[in-house]
Structures are given as structure tokens and as C-alpha cells.
Design a protein around this ligand. Sequence first.
Ligand SMILES: Nc1ncnc2c1ncn2[C@@H]1O[C@H](COP(=O)(O)OP(=O)(O)OP(=O)(O)O)[C@@H](O)[C@H]1O
Ligand SMILES: [Mg+2]
Length: 322
Amino acid sequence: MIEVCNITKRYGHLTAIDRVTFRVEKGEVLAFLGPNGAGKTTTMRILTSFIPATEGTAHVAGFDCAEQPHEVKKRIGYLPETPPVYQELTVAEYLGFVGKLRGLSGTGLTQALERVTERLSLGTVRQRLIANLSRGYRQRVGLAQALIHDPPVLILDEPTVGLDPKQIIEIRELIKSLAGSHSVILSTHILPEATAVCQRVVIINGGRIVAEDTPDQLSARLRKSEKISVTLKAPPINVAERFREVPGVEHVLTTADPHTVLIECALGRDIREDVARVAVGQNWGLLEMKPVSMTLEDVFLKLTQREDEPPKSNDTTPGEHH
Ligand SMILES: Nc1ncnc2c1ncn2[C@@H]1O[C@H](COP(=O)(O)OP(=O)(O)OP(=O)(O)O)[C@@H](O)[C@H]1O
Ligand SMILES: [Mg+2]
């Protein structure tokens, strides 16, 4: 349904995206995960025919995004980073206006308005001015305008940003309900968001795709080890060495705080009891022990390392020194 082949976008000397390639099948929800400036919005704007790529091609439903913008736009519902809502219109006026722009009229328009109003629970704010709506409702109006012509493809740029937890769940449910019948790309910089609603995740960093996988496989790839943070009141001078002797411990890292160390063990192995027994038995004053979850920065580091590693090792495993 969506086919992106080697697209590059340059702004002067700056390469915003660099040879990006991916596909989205019919009915699939794909997450575009990346930090600020990664190139998510740039890619989406090329797909929606708003800007041309410098190199490469993009197709939506078989139409070329650069050559056939009209055909592409007809088939896409787009929620930009800042929803293009007109403050001085009421919700009903605005959605009616968008519907007409999309070529709807008469009963077709009325039915479309009823459908999106119900789907996004906008009934109670129909007659309110958009300027007076809360952030969450404005985002829902933005989604309603993307859905009004019932497009087969939806491109949603950070659809849950700025929403409260209840609204986030509602929007995620809505996106899930679109899966199967629609092809959806959504962008986010939050890992759990990507894994919650999508069948596939493309991770982009510095304009390049660094990984592409299903949420399950991605977590498996990333969670090769588990980390716990241990804080001691009176750590011995050789604390790292001492913890390294505990069965199952693979690495011990010291931190900026002299009382806290990070202990790494193999995935699926729980070493907390053993670590606690040693700390308590030695009277080190165990103050705290907690699992450390991976941040997005860790994810990128791991993924970029992994991609760089095979060529370096040249397919031979160097001997391990203990
Ligand atoms: N019109 C433009 N002119 C010059 N540089 C631009 C333009 N649009 C984007 N860029 C640059 O391209 C890079 C990618 O930007 P983009 O907006 O695609 O990132 P993003 O992943 O959407 O980030 P965010 O999470 O902050 O929305 C950034 O370095 C940005 O400064
Ligand atoms: Mg963006």
C-alpha cells in the first residue's frame, strides 16, 4: 500500500533523511520511532505529497507521491504535527469545510460528519469554537479531519503528544480499530507507544533507519541483558569485583554516585535474591535495588552498535578473555 524506496531529502547541506526504504502492507499499522530531528516528519511530508524527495521514490496505493500528488492526497488522511484547525470555526463548521474540500456533499457529507463525530466522541463539542477546545479535543478534531473521507491510508504525526493518559488510551484504541481495514503510519518518540499499537516498528535516527522489526522481536533483540541498580550505604572499595563473583552477574558498572552500582545479568535470570544475600551478609547496608529500564538512547546505542559489529569482527569470534 505504501512503498518507499531509497528516499533522501536534503536541505542545503543538511541531509534530513538518508536512503530511507520501507513498505507498509494493506491493513498494517507501522510505527515510526525516533528522537527529535530524526526525520519522521520529513518522511511523512514526502509521503503525503507536501514536499518532494531529493532522491528516491515513494508510492501510495500505486501512485507516485511526486508525480501524482492529487491521486495520493485523495487516498491519504494526514494528521500533521500541528493540526490545521481553524480557531474561529466551530467543530461542525470546520469538519463540514474539510469534507467539502474532500469532495463530499449532500447526504454523503452528512453521513461522513456523523461517522467521524461518533468515532471521535465529538458530539458534545460540535457547536463549540475550536479556539476554546482543550488540547485533547483539538487533537481529536485533527483526527476527525484526517478520517472524514474514509481514506485507506492514514499518516499520523505524533497523534498522542500532549494528551492525558485517558485520552492516550482512547486514541490508541482508535488506531487499533483502524488496523485491518486501513494502512497506518504513526510517528512517536516513545518506545511503549510504538509497541502498544503497531505490528511493525521502524526505528529512525539521524535520518537513517537503524532497525525494523515486530515489537516482540525488537524487545527480544534489545533485552539481551537485564540491569538492576543497587544502592548501598557502606559499599566496600572493591564493590564491583565483589558483585562480579555472584553467580549470574555478567557486568558491574560503577556510576557517578559512589553508593550506586549497575549490575547486568543474562536475560530471564533473576539475580536479585543472590545480590541481596551478599549485600546483607557483608553488612554493606542495602538501601535500594531496582530494575533499570532501557531508555530510547540505550535502544539507539544498542541498535547502532549491533549494526556496526559484524563487519568489524569479520565473521570470526575473537577469543574471550576472563
Ligand atoms: N524546512 C526545513 N528546512 C531546513 N531543515 C529542515 C526543514 N525541515 C526539517 N529540517 C531538518 O531536518 C531534520 C529532520 O527533521 P524532522 O522534522 O523530519 O524530524 P522529526 O523526526 O519529525 O523530529 P521531531 O520529533 O522533533 O518532530 C532536522 O534536522 C530538521 O532541523
Ligand atoms: Mg516531527
